[in-house]
Design a protein around this ligand. Structure first.
Ligand SMILES: CC(C)(COP(=O)(O)OP(=O)(O)OC[C@H]1O[C@@H](n2cnc3c(N)ncnc32)[C@H](O)[C@@H]1OP(=O)(O)O)[C@@H](O)C(=O)NCCC(=O)NCCS
Length: 167
């Protein structure tokens, strides 16, 4: 398994994160955005995260090159939802399938275990066998299936929610 360094995301990582996002936005249904992110959006994106909070973002570096990122975000905006978060993991195409997603996910869950988080959700547009496989191997289990909830490229897509429980 390739060795990676996992560090908090910072402004110097935003161009590489944007490129990863925009690849999947432009070519796949796994992200329901339909237009690419720009630099202004990415600056705002970074502001939602803070160290020692429920909402954090990390990047994976392999020999100094950014090969992926993982984050926890607010699940829903209303305050009673605050102990629930949604996590997302993205790797470059070349980095997928080598165990790096699991390393990033385990790192993020270990951080979230130190915060006041009770439930962690992954929201996955189908099909996405790699994301389902990753989250099941991290200890998530499926809790909801929404049918044809999104439309992209003229096709409807189902979304499943997987949840991870902290006691
Ligand atoms: C989803 C993603 C982050 C998974 O990371 P990864 O590094 O490819 O996954 P890993 O190699 O760490 O594998 C983790 C587990 O998932 C399983 N898995 C990985 N790819 C799989 C696939 N295509 N089909 C089935 N299972 C798969 C592995 O067998 C492993 O299970 P194990 O721990 O029981 O052996 C990565 O593939 C990716 O970035 N995909 C594109 C972006 C994306 O879809 N992000 C998620 C949005 S919801």
């Amino acid at each position: 398994m390739p060795k990676i360094d996992i560090i908090p995301a910072a402004s110097g990582h935003l161009l590489a994160i944007k490129d990863i996002y925009n690849h999947y936005i432009a070519t796949t249904h796994i992200n329901f955005e339909t237009t690419p992110y720009d630099d202004e959006y990415m600056q705002k994106w970074l502001q939602q995260f803070a160290q020692n909070s429920r909402h954090q973002a990390f990047v994976a570096l392999s020999n100094g090159e950014l090969v992926g990122f993982a984050m926890s975000q607010a699940f829903r905006p209303k305050p009673a939802y605050s102990t629930s978060v949604e996590i997302t993991v993205y790797l470059t195409q070349n980095a997928a399938g080598k165990g790096l997603g699991k390393q990033l996910g385990q790192h993020l869950l270990a951080i979230l275990a130190t915060q006041d988080v009770h439930r962690v959700f992954a929201c996955i547009a189908l099909p996405n066998d790699a994301s389902i496989g990753l989250h099941k191997s991290l200890g998530f289990s499926q809790t909801a299936h929404l049918t044809e909830v999104g439309r992209k490229f003229g096709n409807y897509y189902d979304v499943v929610y997987l949840e991870y429980k902290f006691d």
